[in-house]
Design a protein around this ligand. Structure first.
Ligand code: NAD
Length: 435
């Protein structure tokens, strides 16, 4: 089944997904107003280009048939093929995917990648599926999307609860059905199947480098800076690993099972050894002499230099924004700060490096992986890291300078740059070229 924007009905509830969508729309509207773009162009920027909803029938291990719901939204392809990950999570709904797809459009434009934006997801708790069921689900989702994806159409990648192995299954199904090898159809795949060196670490590396540059620009000494990271998954743990090299002090981290806190700094190597030995790779049960446990709500309001939300959307809200004690927030996750919270933080003088800048390292190296796939090349880890660092540094400079010159927040500046670039592409394609 495919839905078009004309079929859309307002969602009856205000889920985290719909609030993420509304916040993304509000940013695009504000940027459009400031840039003086026409109502028609504004509508073009706000309306997803194509939306797909697919039924995914899976035979479960006990013989039952279960039908899962999958989505793919291609928000924009004005600057190039749509690009964005897909996630497996019980909260996935069309509004969430729409909001996340829109963020990808602005993220790719901000980093000046030749891509539009997309996102996908399946409403499922993957921890409840066996390995065979998960492979079946991924193959069925891949097969369902074949008519609407491709290396020059829409290129998926991993996101929450999906990883390089998921991309390997996805790629295999695509190649089997299409009948040819095409590694550029998906990024974030295993290196043995054409993945890139440095892709796995790229989002976290980017977050860590952006955090350091933001601290330097804001006059926060990096050496010894106290850092709190909510969400110790792929992004959070890599961010911590790279930040440690800069001499910062990681004072608290958390995952879905809760958090650990030590104002003198956590022993990350010891914690990593615990996580590696935990059957579900969680912080839960960490032996407590050198850290006390802390809830996921408490962790956000700890006194610290930098707070890095790296779990899910909608974590910093109107309810807790007034209690945040960090000097700087660097958004590792997509959409962790609601629009209302953003306004409160701005009022309080707390700087927020927005998701579309802070966590863009993943899509930057996805772009490198795509290029390598199209050209049959292999780049070295050093090469990938250097190119990533250069791209991130350029984007950080552009956002800080725009914020300074226009007297706006970092998020507003990032959206101004991104929206401007998409509008240029739209005009050059002949949409309202005379305006
Ligand atoms: P992940 O599944 O590897 O990690 C998510 C982490 O958050 C896990 O540690 C989980 O236990 C924790 N978590 C879940 N619910 C929580 C809660 N209520 N409170 C605290 N922690 C909670 O996912 P990821 O790939 O690290 O993605 C994290 C965020 O980063 C998402 O918003 C994702 O969209 C964004 N992101 C990911 C990438 C990427 O390359 N993986 C790129 C850009 C943005």
């Amino acid at each position: 089944m495919q839905t078009t924007t004309a079929d859309r009905k307002p969602t009856p509830h205000q889920s985290a997904g719909s609030s993420l969508l509304q916040d993304a729309l509000a940013q695009v509207r504000a940027a459009g107003k400031r840039l003086g773009i026409s109502p028609g162009m504004q509508q073009l920027l706000e309306t997803p280009e194509r939306e797909f909803a697919v039924a995914l029938p899976i035979e479960m291990d006990d013989g039952r048939l279960e039908v899962f719901h999958g989505y793919r939204v291609q928000h924009s392809r004005l600057r190039g093929p749509a690009k964005g990950g897909f996630r497996y999570h019980p909260n996935v709904d069309l509004d969430e995917v729409r909001g996340l797809a829109s963020l990808m459009t602005w993220k790719c434009a901000l980093l000046d990648l030749p891509y539009g934006g997309a996102k996908g997801g399946v409403t499922v708790d993957p921890t409840k599926l066996s390995r065979r069921e998960l492979i079946e689900l991924t193959r069925t989702y891949s097969a369902a999307l074949i008519p609407v994806i491709g290396p020059h159409v829409d290129i998926p990648a991993p996101d929450v609860n999906t990883n390089d192995q998921t991309m390997g299954w996805f790629l295999d199904e695509y190649e089997r059905q299409v009948g040819k090898f095409d590694p550029a159809i998906v990024t974030g795949k295993p290196i043995a199947l054409g993945g890139s060196e440095g892709r796995g670490e790229s989002t976290g590396r980017g977050v860590a480098h952006v955090a350091r540059q933001a601290m330097e620009r804001l006059g926060i000494p990096v050496e010894g800076a106290s850092i709190v990271v909510q969400g110790y998954g792929k992004v959070g743990s890599d961010t911590v690993r790279f930040l440690k090299d800069f001499g910062v002090k990681i004072i608290a981290i958390s995952d879905v099972s809760g958090g650990l806190y030590n104002p003198e700094g956590l022993d990350i190597d010891r914690i990593d050894a615990h996580v590696a030995s935990h059957p579900k790779r969680l912080l839960e049960g960490y032996p407590g002499e050198d850290a006390r446990t802390i809830s996921n709500a408490e962790i956000l309001t700890l006194a610290c230099d930098v707070l890095i939300p790296a779990a899910l959307e909608g974590q910093i809200t109107a309810d807790n924004a007034a209690d945040i004690q960090a000097k700087l927030i660097v958004e590792g996750a997509n959409g962790p700060t609601t629009g209302e919270a953003d306004a409160i933080l701005a009022e309080r003088g707390i700087k927020v490096v927005p998701d579309i800048l802070a966590n863009a390292g993943g899509v930057v190296v996805s772009y490198f992986e795509w290029l390598q796939g199209l050209q049959g090349e292999r780049w070295t880890l050093e090469d990938v890291r250097q190119r990533l660092d250069n791209r991130m540094r350029t984007a950080v400079g552009q956002v800080f300078e725009r914020a300074e010159s226009e007297g706006v927040t970092l998020r507003e500046a990032a959206f101004l740059i991104a929206v401007e670039r998409v509008v240029v592409a739209a005009k050059l394609r002949g949409y309202a070229s005379a305006e």
